[in-house]
Design a protein around this ligand. Structure first.
Ligand SMILES: Cc1ncc(COP(=O)(O)O)c(C=O)c1O
Length: 433
């Protein structure tokens, strides 16, 4: 039984009305979130300070995270499939990270001096990621990418920066439907945008003089689009041939295996960046890579670059990151969460396929994204899952945490299938003109 493509539905079934009803139902159940939203609108433009968190009619406000769950101000509990857009890989309030934070609270956290934990973290990261000979810390993934790009341009003495359509490297490095090369907030670099996964298109990209190319092995915010391995290998080759530095943005993808996407795809970048889950949910970023490139920050080696940042080595994030890497992320757990994500992708794809729904799933491992041909169908699915206690990101994105179990994903798949049959019963299928 097929759900009619919304484009075929025409006026006979009003998806817009269904979306309106879903929003009204959602709003009626959440008076506290609604009141908070109105309060926020007066002082936070759009009611938030992180645009992606907004959805219509207003986002629920959280009070608590517990393991795999979020709890909101109206008392609703959700299994957190959004996972803070990959940052909650180890779940909410992980015990060993909490212990590390408490230990820092006893000693002080804004000490403005080098300490030993930053050395330990650098050692852990350099041991973990093959391309990381040396590393420097930042406060976010965006900052890590900005610094990696600036470092690469300084090192090569060139100005061009190769990027890909749908690439997202931070709010000021955004090249998708959500912005394009001329996104008004983008950093003022000389970006050259090429098509992701288009090996032939690399000829045009490399006809420009580039200091670096930055790429994700799975475009996360761009809709969980995995790179073709041969595309990454071709990119690596072209970079080497032209003296262009390859920056692998592993802010999201480093969760895909013990040595990140570089291990999984067998691609060694010159520089790589990190963020998201590494500090167990605290703010964090890092850029690192080839020793000769990072030596630009070492005056003893003739380096002329300095990197400022009041909170670069803040005690809370650095110690939380050490605890995350040492105790919360063993290789088996990482393998498990990624295998579970692959299974979930297969199961959801099968459910959409069986229903002949105009919806599909992309991704790799624990990063996946549900898509729909019509944006209203995706919004209906989002609200339907929220009604049933599954919080996926409004745009369909999911990043599993290691605390999400097979029982959770089985329930999500079952609820998806039930919703798909409800949609058919409610007449979407029969509404073909
Ligand atoms: C691939 C990628 N790079 C960089 C960033 C930016 O990280 P942050 O939000 O910590 O600045 C993100 C955030 O979503 C990301 O997905």
């Amino acid at each position: 039984m097929a759900i009619t493509l919304p484009s075929d539905v025409g006026q006979s079934i009003n998806l817009t009305d269904l979306v309106g009803e879903a929003r009204e139902r959602y709003a009626a159940q959440r008076p506290n979130s609604e009141a908070a939203h109105h309060r926020a609108l007066a002082v936070l433009p759009g009611g938030n300070t992180r645009s992606v968190l907004h959805f219509e009619p207003f986002p629920f406000r959280v009070v608590e995270g517990r393991g795999a769950e979020l709890v909101d101000v109206d008392g609703f509990r959700y299994i957190d499939y959004c996972g803070n857009y990959t940052a909650s890989l180890i779940g909410h309030r992980p015990a060993r990270v909490r212990a590390a934070i408490e230990e820092v609270l006893d000693r002080g956290w804004a000490l403005g001096s080098p300490h030993e934990a930053e050395i330990e973290l650098a050692e852990l990261l350099c041991a973990r990621f093959p391309s990381m000979d040396a590393v420097r810390f930042t406060n976010s993934g965006t900052e890590a990418n900005l610094l990696a790009i600036a470092t690469a341009l300084h090192h090569t003495g060139r100005r061009g920066v190769g990027v890909f359509d749908h690439g997202y490297h931070g709010g000021v490095l955004s090249f998708g439907d959500f912005g394009g090369p001329h996104h008004p907030l983008n950093a003022p670099h000389e970006f050259v945008v090429a098509r992701f996964n288009d090996i032939d298109g690399l000829d045009e990209l490399f006809s420009h003089e580039l200091g670096c190319v930055i790429v994700e092995a799975v475009q996360g915010s761009g809709g969980c689009r995995p790179a073709l391995p041969e595309f990454l290998h071709a990119l690596r080759r072209r970079c080497s041939e032209t003296g262009t530095l390859l920056i692998l943005d592993e802010v999201m993808t480093s969760r895909l295996g013990p040595s990140g996407a570089q291990g999984l795809f067998g691609v060694m970048p010159d520089l790589m960046t990190l963020g998201k889950y590494v500090a167990g949910g605290l703010s964090f970023g890092a850029f690192g890579g080839r020793k000769d490139v990072l030596a630009n920050f070492d005056p003893a080696s003739g380096g002329r670059l300095t990197q400022a940042g009041t909170f670069n080595n803040n005690m809370l994030s650095i110690n939380a990151a050490v605890a995350t890497l040492r105790y919360e992320l063993d290789d088996n757990e990482l393998a498990e969460v990624n295998a579970r994500g692959d299974r979930l992708q297969e199961q959801l794809s099968a459910a959409f396929g069986r229903a002949e729904a105009p919806m599909w799933v992309t991704g790799l491992g624990s990063m996946l994204c549900v898509h729909a041909k019509d944006a209203r169908v995706l919004e209906l699915y989002f609200h339907a899952m929220l009604d049933r206690g599954h919080f996926i990101a409004r745009r369909g994105f999911m990043a599993l945490s290691k605390l999400i179990t097979d029982a959770h994903t089985d329930a999500l798949v079952a609820d998806t299938s039930a919703w798909l049959s409800d949609m058919q019963v409610s007449g979407l299928r029969t509404a073909t003109p």
